[in-house]
Design a protein around this ligand. Structure first.
Ligand code: DGI
Ligand code: FE
Ligand code: FE
Length: 193
């Protein structure tokens, strides 16, 4: 696997200083969560380093990749903030040579989530939400949940994001709702058993 320093150099030239600081925060947090919940620590580190690789690509380039690579065409009708995740997975493979599908999936689903998220995907999603540079309302509650129960932290972060979007009369990508529903149902089953 590529080493940390090499990965950081590749990412650094793609993103702003501010986004790079965020990336370092996500990476530290992802390593901590991976250790806590038994995910692959090296994969968590790599996925975190590369997760926002495509954040500063133009909308035109991202839309073209979504079309050419036959990604979910629904993405194009929703907020373009969603695009850097699947486009990032594609570019990290193509330009940085990362081939591990678990790492690429963690990048691909880090914004929308998906039904049946893997442990690594959950680690990256939650790390992105709670890294030390994040200061939005509700983040402290998710940080506390992440100490004890990764699924509960993930549900709370999805809930906050959905509420945030709805308060601003913004559309919510269906996969984000489906991810939330899927996790809430599994949580109910866990509590019943
Ligand atoms: O790239 P980051 O800023 O680190 O964070 P991110 O990849 O989670 O995504 C950025 C934003 O995308 C997120 O804060 C809210 C916005 N967004 C817009 N529409 C949706 C959405 N997020 C989700 N989960 N679902 C949406 O439909
Ligand atoms: Fe992102
Ligand atoms: Fe991020």
């Amino acid at each position: 696997m590529m080493d940390r320093e090499q990965a950081l150099l590749l990412v650094k030239e793609q993103i702003t200083e501010h986004r790079y600081t965020h990336t370092l925060g996500v990476t530290d947090t992802a390593i901590t969560l991976a250790k806590r919940y038994g995910a692959d620590v090296k994969k968590a580190e790599m996925a975190a380093i590369f997760h926002d690789y495509a954040k500063f690509r133009s909308k035109e380039e991202m839309a073209a990749i979504i079309r050419q690579q036959k990604m979910d065409p629904q993405l194009l009708s929703f907020n373009s903030e969603l695009w850097h995740a699947p486009v990032g997975a594609y570019l990290v493979h193509k330009e940085a040579g990362i081939e591990d599908e678990e790492i690429l999936d963690a990048i691909r689903y880090h914004t929308s989530g998906r039904v049946g998220m893997t442990l690594l995907e959950k680690v990256i999603y939650v790390a992105d939400y709670i890294e030390p540079g994040r200061h939005f309302p509700g983040v402290e509650e998710v940080r506390e949940l992440a100490e004890e129960d990764l699924d509960k932290a993930l549900i709370q972060s999805l809930k906050n994001t959905i509420q945030f979007l709805m308060k601003r009369d913004q559309p919510v990508f269906p996969d984000t709702f489906h991810t939330y529903n899927n996790l809430v149902s599994s949580q109910k089953e866990k509590e019943m058993s």
